[in-house]
Design a protein around this ligand. Structure first.
Ligand code: GLU
Length: 464
């Protein structure tokens, strides 16, 4: 339970948080300090305060432009119909079309989707791509559906929001629980029903993260993980951590965590601990991340990897040398870098106390709660914030959209080179803001994003 007053609040853990921003008062948000949307808005407003962002821009950014909620029926394989709930939140389009993923998760709520949409606005602005922020989701456990049920849910959801999305208006992409195949179904459904006549093929631009066969970009699947690594390569050596030989632990071994792990490993880092929803593993010699990725593809999680038998020069080795550990042991494993690549709000005070690392690179969106953040700061642990660390996915989404719009295809080297350029520039922008305002990296990243949006509003003005 949380208690609130006009001047501050007490979170579930009993810690007193910062006073509420006047914008939170003005817009009448319910003051629950554990609410993800309130946490995200407060973080944004803290940075806005530092740069004295105009009041009108603050109130615009504190709420999304549109919140779309739909219910749609889908026939299951056994013949009965089930009603699903879906969301699309369009946070801001001052910089360009709304942009952001579609999440399939049994615990999707409007406030989560609003938070993630706000983060997309910040991310796109920070890396300077001409997109705004949006996010969507369907309340469903994708793992519980058959492939044909998944296809019908995806097509029916696309139909339900077809009037609200569009190749130059709002462009979905994959997120937690969705992948390139689902983007193919979304693009195909939209193209079939959106009725844009002779420009039918152009309608496929309505989503990014598509399979390469239908206009997806090379390098999009690994892009978020690659972006995490690019930012770390730019920032870690400066704080005395060379990538080669560094020890890493990773929370989450899905698309983002799995790719980041393999790319770090290729650069000579040792991934010594991994945890996901099925279990946790440790190997001080370094987990074989390629073998682990194969295991996750085949079984759906990391559990059981420790029992895999492999043939080595000197005989068989169980689990490639990895052993199963507890959650607590996972967090306490000594590493240079900890990479949360799972869901929001997983790094709370307890986990922050447990962590034995020098730097946290947030590969997931909003993995650290504000109280968790304060514990990390008090322990001198540096946090590379999500809007910087995980912006690689949407950056390559932008490249995909540009390739589709201009009917060209880039080779993998061009994608990697351009991605690296965007990530390095965003990291430098963040470092500069930090030096200028003498603040933490999270506030600095928001400042670098908000300054750009503030300038755009200053020249555009506000209608009428
Ligand atoms: N879902 C990813 C994110 O949270 C990618 C979004 C996109 O490519 O539009 O950044």
């Amino acid at each position: 339970m949380s208690t609130t007053s006009n001047t501050g609040s007490t979170s579930a853990s009993g810690e007193t948080t910062l006073p509420w921003d006047p914008v939170v008062e003005e817009l009448g948000f319910p003051k629950d300090p554990d609410n993800l949307y309130l946490q995200t808005v407060m973080t944004m407003l803290k940075a806005a305060e530092v740069i004295e962002l105009r009041h009108r821009v603050k109130i615009i950014l504190a709420q999304p432009k549109n919140e779309i909620m739909v219910h749609f029926p889908v026939q299951m394989d056994d013949g009965h119909h089930r009603l699903f709930k879906g969301y699309r939140v369009q946070h801001n389009n001052a910089l360009g079309p709304y942009k952001g993923g579609i999440r399939y998760h049994h615990d999707v709520h409007l406030d989560d989707v609003k938070s993630l949409a706000l983060l997309m606005t910040m991310k796109c602005s920070l890396v300077r791509i001409p997109f705004g922020g949006g996010k969507g989701g369907v309340k469903v456990d994708a793992r519980s559906l058959s492939p044909s049920e998944l296809m019908r849910v995806t097509r029916r959801f696309t139909a339900a929001i077809a009037n609200d999305i569009g190749p130059d208006h709002d462009i979905p992409a994959p997120d937690v629980g969705t992948n390139a195949q689902m983007m193919a179904w979304m693009a195909d459904t939209y193209q079939s029903i959106a009725g844009i006549g002779g420009r039918a093929n152009d309608a496929m631009r309505v989503v990014t993260g598509k399979p390469v066969e239908i206009g997806g970009s090379l390098g999009r699947e690994k892009a978020t993980g690659q972006g995490v690594v690019d930012v770390c390569k730019e920032m870690l050596p400066e704080i005395g951590i060379p990538i080669s030989g560094m020890r890493v632990s990773i929370l989450g071994f899905g698309n983002v965590g799995g790719w980041a792990a393999r790319i770090f490993q290729d650069l000579g880092a040792k991934v010594v601990a991994v945890m996901d929803h099925t279990g946790a593993l440790r190997n001080d010699e370094g987990i074989d991340c390629n073998a682990l990725a194969d295991h996750v593809r085949d079984t759906g999680g990391i559990a059981g990897f420790e029992n895999n038998e492999t043939l080595t020069g000197s005989g068989t080795r169980s689990g490639h040398g990895a052993t199963a550990i507890s959650d607590e042991e996972f967090y306490k494993t000594p590493v240079d870098l900890f990479v949360p690549a799972a869901l929001e709000q997983m790094i709370q005070e307890k986990q922050s106390e447990w962590l034995n690392c020098k730097v946290v690179a947030e590969a997931a969106n909003a993995p650290t709660t504000p109280p968790g953040d304060r514990v990390l700061a008090s322990r001198g642990i540096e946090v590379i914030p999500a809007i910087l660390a995980n912006a690689g996915g949407v950056t390559v989404s932008y490249f995909e959209w540009v390739q589709n719009k201009s009917n060209v295809t880039w080779d993998a080297e061009q994608v990697d080179r351009e991605l690296n350029r965007h990530m390095v520039m965003a990291a430098r922008r963040t470092n500069l803001a930090r030096q200028r305002y003498n603040c933490d990296l999270r506030t600095a990243a928001y400042i670098a994003a908000l300054e750009h949006i503030g300038k755009v509003y200053a020249v555009r003005g506000i209608f009428p």
